[in-house]
Design a protein around this ligand. Structure first.
Ligand SMILES: *[C@@H]1O[C@H](CO)[C@@H](O)[C@H](O)[C@H]1NC(C)=O
Ligand SMILES: *[C@@H]1O[C@H](CO)[C@@H](O)[C@H](O)[C@H]1NC(C)=O
Ligand SMILES: *[C@@H]1O[C@H](CO)[C@@H](O)[C@H](O)[C@H]1NC(C)=O
Ligand SMILES: *[C@@H]1O[C@H](CO)[C@@H](O)[C@H](O)[C@H]1NC(C)=O
Length: 458
């Protein structure tokens, strides 16, 4: 059945199907089937055609390979609506009153090749509406009310040969950019996609909307580069106008440092800092010098420094083994122009420790609490006062405040009812400070600092 060729597709298709229904069935089978066939339908061993129906026939599945529901009074294509007919190869839903196609509407139809939903009032198609239709070769959504399609809605349709979107008027704004790009790369034949707006593109084709090439920055993340390595943590840093990434790879006994390649426009290998059981690589920049704190589960943790003459990272100093036994997070911060970092230690007897730079090296400055199995440390500046928030496996997150006269962190409070937080991250929006707290068990939360030393739930 051709998709192209205008509004006649429905009439022609229906005629053929009705014809086959009438001719191909032995009389006895027809009688037996018809007993279960709804009054508005005509059924054969392989096909069902219903006109003006308001439900999907639920007769024995058998080998029904084609179902046509036309001129019915449906409004939604619901999830798994046809999954009791797994042999369907053709599904024709023309001239009903459908407005919505929900996620997984065609789930279970592994053999479906032809899907026609023409002449309805479809406005909304869910992102996963066509999920699983890997054999689908022909899809027509012609003559509906579609103005926009969710990004990647056709991404499962590996076998698609023809797509008909005629008779819909698309908003050719930034939301349609993905479709514009998809039309350029797809191997399927796609009908013209016409625009209803913005005004300058009215009645034009989506393919001719040139502004997508320079306009429409999106906030969607798309895969840029895949690194085929297992890793447990990642850190990024800038040095001398270049961008770097440090990735901890315990299974490869490596802290892999990558550099942005301005010509190839991706990250390339820059250096490998080898070690055992590396769980964290954190860059620290002090006066144009690049250090990387390499946290290891065994054999102690170390600090490496980039050596310009060797053009690689060389070991700079050890971190006292006695203090750190299971480093879980390294957080860098500055207080009054001085550079510190903290290692959150997640072992039972571990001491989360603050280290300070003294122009020759880093020395341990203050050990925080013992026996708490800390998972994460986050530095936050609140009204000009420095704070550390420490989360742990064994208690609620602790808030420490920097005492300006003693120059040490002192306990300042906690975040109640939030046991066993795995990670804490702060961010600011419109002068408000927020904390997001991630948990294994129990709800994760975003909280807002309310200015009275307290956190509100969001
Ligand atoms: C479709 O249904 C309407 C009423 O709902 C009816 O008037 C019309 O004749 C039907 N058309 C066909 C082709 O059955
Ligand atoms: C289109 O076909 C070419 C050649 O067969 C193939 O290399 C390419 O991956 C296909 N593109 C898509 C998006 O399927
Ligand atoms: C770092 O290690 C990776 C993986 O073993 C290797 O492909 C890469 O060439 C190495 N890079 C450098 C700069 O030695
Ligand atoms: C800060 O440290 C000073 C000096 O050690 C001490 O007197 C003061 O009580 C501390 N303040 C707080 C809030 O702990």
């Amino acid at each position: 059945m051709a998709l192209r060729g205008g509004g006649g597709a429905l009439g022609l298709g229906l005629g053929l199907l009705l014809l086959s229904a009438a001719c191909l069935i032995p009389r006895s089978a027809q009688v037996r089937r018809l007993a279960r066939c709804p009054a508005t339908c005509s059924c054969t061993k392989e096909s069902i055609i219903c006109v003006g129906s308001s439900w999907v026939p639920r007769i024995v599945p058998g080998d029904i390979s084609s179902l046509s529901l036309v001129n019915g009074t449906f409004s939604e294509i619901k999830d798994r609506m046809f999954s009791h007919l797994p042999s369907l190869q053709l599904l024709l839903l023309n001239s009903n009153s459908f407005t919505v196609i929900r996620d997984d509407a065609f789930a279970g139809l592994f053999h479906l090749e032809y899907l026609f939903i023409e002449g309805n009032k479809i406005e909304t198609i869910s992102r996963n509406a066509f999920r699983g239709l890997r054999d689908l070769t022909h899809l027509s959504l012609a003559n509906n009310h579609i103005k926009a399609l969710p990004r990647d809605v056709f991404s499962d349709l590996d076998s698609l040969i023809e797509l008909d979107l005629r008779g819909n008027k698309f908003e050719c704004d930034c939301k349609a950019k993905w479709l514009y790009l998809w039309l350029k790369m797809t191997n399927s034949t796609v009908s013209d996609v016409l625009c209803i707006g913005p005004p300058e593109y009215q009645e034009k084709k989506l393919n001719d909307v040139t502004s997508f090439d320079y306009g429409c920055t999106t906030t969607d993340f798309v895969v840029h580069q895949t690194l085929p390595y297992q890793s447990v943590s990642v850190d990024t840093f800038n040095s001398k106008n270049d961008v770097f990434v440090a990735i901890a790879q315990p299974s490869m006994e490596n802290c892999m440092v990558l550099e942005w390649d301005h010509i190839e426009m991706n990250f390339r290998s820059y250096d490998n800092i080898t070690g055992q059981s590396i769980v964290g690589c954190k860059a620290i920049l002090i006066d144009d010098q690049v250090f990387v704190v390499v946290a290891q589960l065994f054999g102690g943790s170390h600090i490496y420094k980039y050596d310009e003459s060797w053009t690689k990272f060389v070991k700079f100093q050890d971190i006292e083994v006695s203090r750190i036994s299971k480093p879980n997070d390294i957080e860098l911060f500055q207080i009054d122009d001085e550079t510190f970092f903290i290692i959150a230690d997640s072992s039972k007897a571990g001491l989360s420790t603050v280290y300070k730079w003294n122009s020759k090296g880093f020395y341990s400055y203050q050990s925080l609490h013992e026996w708490f199995r800390d998972t994460d440390a986050e530095f936050v500046d609140i009204d000009g006062k420095s704070h550390l928030i420490l989360s742990s496996r064994s208690q609620v997150p602790l808030i420490l405040q920097w005492n300006k006269s003693s120059k040490k962190f002192v306990p300042h409070g906690d975040i109640p009812n939030m046991e066993d937080v795995l990670a804490v991250k702060s961010f600011r929006m419109q002068n408000n400070l927020y904390l997001s707290l991630t948990r294994f068990i129990g709800d994760s939360r975003v909280m807002r600092w309310n200015g009275r030393r307290k956190l509100d739930d969001l």
